[in-house]
Design a protein around this ligand. Structure first.
Ligand code: 4GY
Length: 246
């Protein structure tokens, strides 16, 4: 079944261009993915196609009016069988690989991109299933966040990413950072590729990569190591790194 993504935005052009030009465009041709980008203004009810309005209670800035949003959401999801409506904002649940997997279970996703100061609160209460955030920073609109969410989920749809390296063995999927990667030449401006990678000893190479992934995670993102199930040998390796640090 084709996985469907709907994106509701005031700036569809950039979104469409991106979706066509990447790996995702290829997946559309293969009928693995379907993208529908909707111009929010098309759902406005007045002749000026107005989608924003001033704040009740006063204050700077504009808010997205509820009527066009409700109308758009209802129309778009009327043929959803197993779908979810997501609003992108810094107030949402932080996106991580676990959430990517959860969202990947849905046949259809509707991503709503806010602009201005955001959307009328009643839309969040009555029309949105889930709020998702990329992180603790503020963009000018939800578009970049929506693309990020789509791309993360799409790469787990079978056939979208080549099978050169299975996504399952991607170390981030099991909670570690990636081991370092090298390509030719063997020596670049005085920096050599680690000898082990040239040895042809696949067992040793696997072991080295696993350790480097652990080392990097320990150095750059020690928080990821908590709650990870490691082998005896791996736990000892981490202990060694800790000792060396002192
Ligand atoms: N961070 N994660 C984010 C964002 C922009 C005003 C509401 C984020 O997901 N979205 O910064 N969004 C704001 C802009 C309306 C969304």
């Amino acid at each position: 079944m084709t996985r469907r993504f709907d994106i509701l935005t005031l700036f569809p052009e950039g979104i469409v261009t991106y979706l066509q030009s990447s790996l995702l465009g290829k997946a559309v041709e293969k009928d693995l993915l379907e993208f529908k980008v909707h111009q929010m203004r098309d759902y406005a009810e007045d002749k000026h196609r107005r989608v924003d309005d001033v704040l009740y209670g006063g204050g700077e800035g504009m808010v997205m009016k509820p009527e066009p949003l409700a109308k758009a959401i209802e129309q778009i999801r009327k043929d959803y069988r197993k779908g979810r409506v997501i609003y992108l904002s810094p107030q949402g649940r932080r996106l991580d690989q676990a959430l990517v997997r959860e969202l990947g279970d849905y046949q259809e996703l509707l991503l709503i991109c806010g602009r201005y100061e955001g959307i009328d609160e009643r839309i969040l209460e009555g029309w949105v299933d889930e709020e998702v955030s990329l992180g603790d920073f503020v963009l000018c609109g939800g578009e970049l966040a929506a693309l990020a969410v789509v791309e993360c989920i799409a790469r787990y749809v079978p056939g979208v990413v080549g099978k050169a390296k299975s996504l399952e063995e991607e170390s981030f999927a099991e909670g570690l950072l990636e081991y370092p990667h090298y390509t030719r030449p063997e020596e670049f401006q005085g920096r050599r590729v680690p000898d082990i990678l040239l040895s042809g000893n696949h067992g040793e190479i696997e072991r080295w990569r696993r350790r480097e992934a652990l080392r990097r995670t320990f150095e750059k993102r020690p928080d990821l190591l908590e709650g990870l199930k490691l082998s005896e040998e791996e736990r000892e390796f981490i202990e060694e790194l800790r000792e060396k640090r002192r």
